[in-house]
Ligand binder design. Structure first.
Ligand SMILES: [Fe+2]
Ligand SMILES: [Fe+2]
Length: 348
């Protein structure tokens, strides 16, 4: 039975869309897919390694809670959440198999540890599992904002396949960021288990991700070199700096992921994807572009499109009139640039 204190609030997105990950990784993919920064590469590979263990667990525990929830909108979100997470881990598994067969078979040892750990987690109470899920997903919002907003720093020159996949995953994580939180609040709503879940989910996943990263860096003999150690400190420090504020906010008793605004790039991506013809392959992000725009041809905001017909003309007329009046009064004409010297301007 849903907790009496729970009231469903609208999400920041209209709908959680279940999409195909319609692209294939090249079979000869270099596991160091950002060759100029092996530490960032192995950090994200480490995160990828956890997903085929974490995400099936998230989907199964969410499905197990459906009989306890009698809010139709939330149940619909839970189905979409589980379907998205299932597609994520299938794609991560494909990537991870390539990473192992193209140079890092040692990662299989980390996978065995994770398989045991997530099997133990599945035996915990449903409340503990849902608190873990809510905590982890709230912290993940920090990760997705970091990945999307700092994409040019993190992924410049990287494999377009891997980068497009990580960014699409980040978009969908942002899209469904309210579901695990809502589910916990509807199932229990108690503060302390949720606060513990934030730490439990965060450190459990990050711990295994870093174990994967260090396993690969050890194989690359990067850990014995001052340059390698400095690079690890810099990249992991950057991750903590960008994600920690979200983790700390998630610990507040009044936290709600709806308070975190979604990045504009994510909104543009969703709008661009919606216009993609059915069955079309996903276009890849251009990692050589200095701004790494969304990989869709036309992502102009619809509202701007409507405005451009009438409002934009009126706005331009207003702007011309103001500029004419300003130039008559002796102010610089900004339309053509001000060609007066600094001395002339000072005496104007
Ligand atoms: Fe996911
Ligand atoms: Fe998620």
């Amino acid at each position: 039975m849903t907790a009496r204190t729970f009231t469903y609030e609208p999400k920041l997105v209209d709908k959680i869309v279940v999409r195909d990950f319609a692209f294939e990784f090249p079979g000869d993919l270099d596991p160091v897919w950002r060759p100029d920064n092996p530490v960032v590469t192995h950090l994200f590979n480490g995160l990828s390694l956890v997903k085929p263990y974490l995400e099936p667990y998230l989907a199964k525990s969410t499905q197990a809670a459906i009989p306890y929830i009698d809010v139709p909108e939330l149940v619909q979100d839970m189905h979409a959440f589980s379907a998205q997470e299932s597609r994520h881990f299938e794609c991560h598994r494909r990537l991870n198999e390539i990473l192992k067969s193209n140079g890092y078979p040692e990662l299989a040892g980390v996978e065995e540890k994770m398989a045991r750990s997530f099997a133990r987690l599945r035996k915990r109470s449903l409340r503990t599992q849902l608190a873990y899920n809510a905590g982890f997903e709230c912290m993940t919002n920090g990760f997705t904002n970091w990945m999307i907003n700092k994409r040019t720093t993190l992924f410049a020159g990287g494999s377009p396949h891997v980068v497009s996949f990580f960014l699409m995953h980040a978009v969908e994580e942002t899209e469904h960021k309210t579901v695990a939180y809502d589910l916990y609040m509807a199932y229990s709503g108690k503060y302390w288990p949720r606060a513990f879940g934030v730490l439990h989910g965060t450190f459990h996943v990050l711990g295994y991700s870093l174990l994967g990263m260090f396993t690969a860096l050890k194989k690359d003999r990067q850990l014995g070199k001052p340059r390698g150690i400095f690079s690890v400190a810099r990249e992991v420090g950057s991750m903590v700096y960008n994600v920690a504020p979200y983790l700390l906010r998630a610990l507040l008793p009044w936290h709600n992921p709806r308070r975190d605004q979604d990045p504009q790039w994510m909104k543009d991506w969703i709008r661009g994807y919606a216009r993609l013809p059915k069955g079309a392959m996903l276009p890849l992000v251009d990692t050589s572009d200095p701004t790494m725009p969304v990989p869709f041809a036309d992502t102009t905001d619809d509202r701007q499109g409507v405005r451009s017909v009438g409002e934009r003309r009126r706005g331009e007329r207003r702007h011309r009139m103001v500029s004419d009046v300003a130039s008559v009064l002796g102010f610089p004409d900004r339309r053509v640039g001000d060609r007066r010297s600094a001395q002339q301007l000072a005496s104007a």
